[in-house]
Design a protein around this ligand. Sequence first.
Ligand SMILES: Nc1ncnc2c1ncn2[C@@H]1O[C@H](COP(=O)(O)OP(=O)(O)OP(=O)(O)O)[C@@H](O)[C@H]1O
Ligand SMILES: [Mg+2]
Length: 273
Amino acid sequence: MAEAGLRLERAAPRPLAGEANAQAPVRPVVGEKIRIERGGRLLLSVEEIVVGRPGITAIMGPNGAGKTLLLRCLAGLKVPDSGLVSWAGLPPDRARALRLGFVFQKPVLLRRSALANLVYALKAAGLSGGEARRRAQAALEAARLADLARSPARLLSGGEQQRLALARALSLDPDILFLDEPTASLDPSSTAAIEAMVGKAAARGTACILISHDIGQARRLADEVIFMAEGHIAERAPASRFFDAPASPEARAYLGGEILVRDGSWNSEEGKR
Ligand SMILES: Nc1ncnc2c1ncn2[C@@H]1O[C@H](COP(=O)(O)OP(=O)(O)OP(=O)(O)O)[C@@H](O)[C@H]1O
Ligand SMILES: [Mg+2]
């Protein structure tokens, strides 16, 4: 796999930002031998990961397991200390980043109306004003935000802001949608709205990579689960198998509600006896 990635890289030189065709494929997204270290501490160490099949992949694991770091590396937002990330065999580039969508726990919105936030993003992606406005309106309707089109985005409720951020990410019909705990601070009804939007995107063929601590949510949505602990991937399995019979001790402990303490041992009921 590493060989293939390197060979492709040599055969096709990295395009300069803005020069590559934004319609060029980004899937599969591959990470090989990715490592991040800080102050002698290994924060992320992943031998190989391949994502990008249509459907929903949940990334789960305790706080500090390296989920966000891995997602940011795959999305091209962070360069690992060592290792290789490739999109369809080539290094990440800005033009093809338009084929990806991002939603974070805290929505990042501009100080303008909900509609203008969408129009801005669509124009920045190269759409004409008319087409951007048409798509923005459609995206607001799909997110059930049409009534709030003229409201300042930053005055919307947390759930509405998150729906807007997701609508913006989906408005360009991304091949891959990266979601980092998108419903962490939302109530059940807003969570359901976000889940419905993600489910529809997956059904249309978008590969959704969803970090979540919400076991119910992962059960409802995920086709497969990647479970991380202490910077590495402990397990990857189809969701039904993962939840019925997790193979790794780390996942078993997590699903059982146990807590990983700092020295790496499991603070389980058994351990207390
Ligand atoms: N820039 C950084 N410098 C130093 N340490 C960092 C940096 N970014 C992340 N870390 C550390 O790396 C580890 C993994 O962080 P990461 O944010 O990926 O965890 P996570 O699995 O997403 O956790 P959570 O569920 O809390 O969001 C954590 O211990 C964090 O403190
Ligand atoms: Mg995180």
